[in-house]
Design a protein. Structure first.
Length: 389
């Protein structure tokens, strides 16, 4: 699914325009995304991928695909915010569904009902839920299907890590129950991509998103795959919590093992698609009620059907490979300027030196005061003795 489409020349050209030309990605966010760490280029790319996914699932006609890609290109050029581009893509889906069904007059009520029912059947009834995961696990899923929480990991190591932080008053810094064998799905394509970029979430929670991230953290360090930035975040946490050298060493060893494991293959946006019919019903959409709602325009109804509703759909059972699809998309490659890295390193070193100085200064102050008092006392006694002759 989508593999052939992503190899097309016109799709690759549009991808390059989004990455290289700010006209395509310099947009307002509005309410399109709650994923504040995503750059505009990443949001634009995910929106492109989502549009192609909707076309593949709902329209699935190669003969119209060139025109569809061209129309998306025009949307990115003309519209200045992501939310309206998303709505524009939904309108394009309606246009091409009408073409596929040979419907000439979209404005006729009966035709609108036919189009809406068709979209509902393709996108909801026979559609998919999404699970963003680390690219490292793709090969295992291709061989074994998807079995929640049953894959190579260092859970035992992270349980130790939790115990270390517990000593310093932080309970479950990872935000995960490692004993529960369940995974979460979403009906949002965007969130599926976001979760993949940050997968596994407990790891990104540790390195960039925990409750201490107000400490001038690089909150997008994990999303940008910036190992040095993640380690600097950790060192700031070590500093504020006065973590011992022994505990620091163990934490950093666990982090390095997990990082190396996840980077045994190229990092991409990796999203698992599971047929909705294989999961307990979470649709919460009554199509008849939508069709009969006179307060909604036709395009409002289309948008309503395709709007995400559930971001935490629990999956506990294994899903066979026959019932899943794997999507993998390219990420925007980011170069961190050398000067920026050097400046950040100097700042961190200054913070650590200041902290150490305060600790030493605090211990030394008492002795300095006592010494000063003794000297003063000696001077006073000497003066008295001189005056007495």
């Amino acid at each position: 699914m989508l593999n052939k489409i992503l190899l097309r020349n016109d799709v690759n050209k549009l991808y390059n325009e989004i990455v290289e030309n700010e006209r395509y990605s310099n947009k307002k966010n509005d309410d399109f995304s709650v994923c504040c760490e995503l750059s505009n280029k990443e949001q634009a790319l995910i929106l492109l991928y989502e549009g192609l996914f909707k076309y593949e699932v709902i329209v699935a006609e190669e003969m119209f695909l060139s025109e569809f890609v061209d129309q998306i290109d025009k949307l990115f050029k003309k519209i200045d915010n992501f939310n309206d581009i998303n709505l524009g893509i939904n309108k394009l889906i309606v246009k091409f569904v009408a073409k596929k069904l040979n419907i000439k007059e979209i404005e006729e009520n009966n035709n609108q009902d036919i189009i809406l029912k068709y979209i509902y059947d393709k996108y909801i009834i026979n559609g998919f839920y999404f699970h963003g995961y680390s690219s490292y696990y793709s090969e295992n899923i291709k061989k074994m299907g998807f079995d929640p929480e049953n894959y190579q990991n260092y859970y035992s190591e992270f349980l130790k890590l939790n115990e270390i932080f517990n000593k310093y008053g932080i309970n479950n810094i990872l935000g995960k129950d490692f004993f529960t064998k369940e995974s979460y799905l979403t009906d949002s394509f965007l969130m599926g991509c976001y979760y993949s970029i940050n997968a596994p979430m407990y790891f990104s929670n540790l390195l960039a998103k925990n409750e201490y991230s107000y400490l001038k953290y690089k909150k997008d360090a994990y999303l940008k795959d910036d190992y040095d930035g993640c380690i600097k975040n950790l060192k700031k946490l070590f500093l504020i919590l006065n973590i011992s050298e022994e505990d620091k060493k163990e934490i950093l060893e666990i982090v390095k093992k997990e990082w190396d494991l996840l980077h045994l293959c190229e990092k991409k946006i990796s999203v698992l698609l599971i047929k909705r019919e294989k999961v307990a019903n979470h649709n919460n959409i009554n199509l008849d009620n939508i069709i009969n709602d006179k307060t909604l325009t036709f395009y409002d109804k289309v948008n309503y059907v395709m709007t995400p509703r559930n971001d935490k759909i629990v999956l506990r059972n294994k899903v066979s490979i026959e019932d899943v699809f794997l999507l993998e998309f390219s990420l925007v490659k980011k170069e961190i300027p050398k000067k920026q890295l050097e400046d950040e390193e100097k700042l961190l070193n200054r913070e650590m030196l200041l902290r150490e100085f305060k600790n030493v200064y605090g211990k030394a102050t008492t002795f300095l005061i006592i010494g000063a008092l003794l000297v003063s006392l000696g001077v006073i006694i000497t003066i008295i003795m001189v005056l007495r002759g």
